[in-house]
Design a protein around this ligand. Structure first.
Ligand code: NAD
Length: 477
């Protein structure tokens, strides 16, 4: 299989195209460089039918057989890894290092999840009765993924769903469909027809999936706003949903940090993947005693070390914004900061004549707590620095948000770090580190950052129904 051309949908093992197609842009040049199929409602219905037909056989395949197929799939991706890395940079914009992290991370993820099991739980086994909880596949899963980590976030769904015995239909983001279509095309070499399918199209396709009566579960990653629509649509058929949604992660910096040492770590906490990251630090609370030192160290690091540019160039650290819609949203945050008279410690002006959707790394110097840049999720490289002095107050400010995805605390005083961290309302709290993920570590959001979780046995369980089986050991029948 060639990864960089001929993008097709995979339906029941067949490569499927459509007469109408949708363009795909390189965000570093704003040029169209590929076309993908635009699935019709009928094609989705057929795909759901095939996924349902494949369910019985796949669910009956022993766990060892499913594990072997997942491991084979991991090896196939690994064999094409460099091609995926370069295609990911081209369609998503991220530099090679980030693309490698995503592709090789996906390979590791598949292998790790393949080793996970949900054995029957024996609840009671007495003289009279035996009670067992079993985990049966939830059925046909619709997976809907965003454009910031198109490969990894697809694998976070594919691996546990297939391991649990479900079949799947994946819908990539219309902005980054290429790697996902190729991932699923490759999956045809590892799984029986109908087990793993992909359809591409616009947001309508997402709505058709979430309302489809024969899809049992939606595994969704995207914005909180779209998550609400998904939940509403799913209500009609009481579909299971896992929702991984937006975030507005706070980072709290204590007065005892060494500014120069912590600055690069805080930088990457906020700007990894050009801040197009659900778990980016989006509010940086710095103790007033070290505020200026940390701010200056961040500015030095940004101006001396960081190059924004085409991800395909070897010395690029941060790529462009991925698409024009998001570029417009980020422009709007810059405009709002200027209108409100907030000061930028660095950056602040977007060169709209640039070839791609490039935005300079920008720090906003202590804007008010009720400003848009503090309350909302910009999803681009503009970060508010905020001053704090009282511990209880900064915890309250950090928690004063509809979101609850991640948070981090930074300081030498480990007790203070842990004390503060334990009071933060977030699904993942990192202490003196950030963005550490694992297939064995539950990941999900509190509050409006999501519902349910991915990864770990808790995440695997989300692709199952619990079935309680009770047996009378002394029947009179
Ligand atoms: P988005 O919500 O715009 O789109 C996500 C997906 O939903 C896309 O595939 C899109 O086509 C589809 N979609 C759009 N409308 C739909 C509808 N009505 N019904 C069903 N599907 C629909 O999100 P995005 O802009 O692609 O991604 C950025 C957002 O995702 C940010 O808010 C970010 O924080 C969040 N995100 C969350 C996580 C997490 O794990 N919590 C991870 C990455 C991104």
């Amino acid at each position: 299989m060639k990864v960089d051309s001929n993008f097709v949908m995979s339906i029941n093992g067949d490569a499927v195209t459509t007469e109408q197609t949708q363009p795909v842009y390189n965000p570093a040049t704003r040029a169209v460089f590929a076309q993908v199929p635009d699935a019709s409602r009928e094609q989705l219905d057929q795909t759901v039918g095939f996924a349902r037909a494949a369910l019985k056989g796949w669910a009956a395949t022993p766990a060892e057989g499913r594990q072997a197929a997942l491991e084979r799939y991991a090896s196939l991706i690994e064999a094409h890894a460099e091609e995926f890395v370069s295609l990911l940079t081209r369609e998503q914009g991220k530099p090679k290092a980030g693309a490698e992290w995503e592709v090789f991370g996906s390979v590791d993820w598949l292998r790790a999840v393949a080793s996970q099991r949900l054995p029957d739980e024996v609840v009671e086994d007495g003289d009279d009765r035996r009670v067992v909880t079993r985990f049966t596949p939830v059925g046909v899963v619709g997976a809907i993924v965003p454009w910031n980590f198109p490969i990894l976030l697809a694998i976070w769904k594919i691996a546990p769903a297939l391991m649990a015995g479900c079949t799947m239909i994946l819908k990539p983001s219309p902005y980054t469909p290429l790697c996902d279509l190729k991932l699923v095309e490759l999956a045809q070499e590892a799984f029986p027809p109908g087990v793993m399918n992909a359809v591409s199209g616009g947001d309508d396709l997402g709505i058709w999936m979430t309302t489809h009566p024969d899809i049992n579960k939606i595994a969704f990653t995207g914005s909180t706003e779209t998550g609400r629509h998904v939940m509403k649509s799913a209500a009609e058929t009481i579909k299971r949903v896992t929702l991984e949604l937006g975030g507005n992660d706070p980072a709290i910096v204590l007065p005892d940090v060494d500014a120069k040492t912590v600055a690069p770590q805080l930088f990457w906490a906020a700007f990894q993947n050009n801040a197009q990251f659900c778990n980016s630090t989006k509010r940086l609370y710095i103790h007033e005693d070290v505020y200026d030192d940390v701010k200056d160290a961040l500015v030095d690091f940004i101006t001396q070390q960081i190059k924004v540019g085409d991800g395909a160039e070897a010395d690029t650290d941060l790529g462009p914004i991925q698409n024009s819609m998001q570029y417009g949203k980020v422009q709007d945050y810059f405009a709002d900061c200027h209108t409100q008279g907030y000061q930028f410690a660095v950056g602040g002006h977007i060169d709209e004549s640039a070839a791609g959707w490039f935005v300079p790394v920008s720090l906003v110097d202590n804007p008010p707590d009720d400003s848009r840049i503090v309350c909302e999720e910009p999803f681009g490289p503009i970060l508010p620095l905020l001053k704090w002095s009282d511990e209880a107050d900064v915890i309250a400010r950090a928690n004063d948000t509809i979101y609850g995805l991640g948070a981090s605390v930074w300081g030498k005083d480990q007790q203070a770090v842990e004390r503060i961290g334990s009071q933060l309302e977030a699904g993942t709290v990192w202490l003196n580190e950030v963005h550490q993920y694992s297939p064995f570590q539950a990941f999900g959001g509190h509050k409006q950052s999501g519902l349910g979780c991915e990864n770990s046995l808790h995440g695997l369980m989300e692709y199952t129904n619990w079935q309680t089986m009770t047996m009378n050991k002394s029947p009179e029948v």
